[in-house]
Design a protein around this ligand. Structure first.
Ligand code: DC
Length: 228
């Protein structure tokens, strides 16, 4: 892994749902003073827009979907995501949108649009992006690539604790089943499936805190940049 200190560089953090990517990604980007782009939030925003417009993921809705996508703008500012100028950071964090985002992310036209946007966002400045296909597809030439995992039970446990804050009736077994189904869907879709990219450092965070993972990732980046 290398990146000259004065040049633009990209950090890719991929991995399954609930592995702690966004917590670590936010902290690492802040410490490096580079922009953080949550690509999962972009698929969620498209899912939200399609749901609200009643546009489905099947072939019957292909034409409406193409129009909707051509009229979609997504931006990030101060850690918030804006869909067509509206802050949707809160609206995209529901179970329904998680499912819709996963379905949308299998559609070629959605991936084409969002991958092009992501490449444009990282074209001229240093960025840290997290997602499923950043190191393998969006920026295969990224200077730093990480693949963050944790056991399905541990990822479900983390998600369960988060959800329980909002809803006391949430059941662990359902959260686990949901994580397992999304793992399967994300890694078995035909286009850019979730997979460890060539040259990515795999980190299993099952027995690590978010701070420990942050320090590990940051240490590897700073060391490589200092050596350059
Ligand atoms: O990371 P997340 O749960 O917010 O992602 C939502 C969905 O988007 C997830 O099911 C996988 C998909 N996704 C993707 O296909 N490619 C990415 N780079 C990021 C997310």
């Amino acid at each position: 892994m290398s990146a000259r200190k004065d040049t633009v560089y990209r950090v890719a953090i991929d991995g399954p749902a609930g592995a702690g990517k966004s917590t670590v990604a936010k902290a690492v980007a802040a410490r490096l003073s580079i922009e953080y782009i949550d690509t999962g939030a972009m698929y969620r925003a498209v899912g939200l827009k399609m749901l609200a417009a009643g546009v489905g993921t099947g072939p019957a809705d292909a034409a409406r979907r193409a129009r909707l996508l051509s009229e979609t703008e997504i931006d990030f500012a101060d850690g918030r995501i804006y869909l067509d100028g509206r802050d949707v950071s809160g609206d995209i964090r529901t179970d329904g949108i998680s499912r819709m985002a996963s379905e949308c992310s299998a559609l070629p036209e959605v991936r084409e649009k969002l991958v092009a946007l992501q490449r444009a966002m990282g074209a001229r400045k240093s960025v840290l992006m997290d997602g499923r296909d950043i190191g393998s597809n969006v920026f295969p030439g990224a200077e730093f690539k990480f693949f963050l995992t944790a056991s399905p039970r541990e990822r479900a446990r983390r998600r369960f604790l988060e959800l329980r804050e909002k809803d006391g009736n949430v059941r662990f077994e359902r959260v686990l089943a949901d994580i397992e189904r999304r793992d399967y869907d994300d890694s078995h879709r035909a286009l850019n499936p979730l997979a460890r990219a060539d040259g990515a450092h795999e980190i299993d965070s099952t027995d690590m805190s978010a701070d420990e993972v942050t320090e590990l990732v940051l240490g590897m980046i700073l060391e490589a940049r200092a050596a350059d």
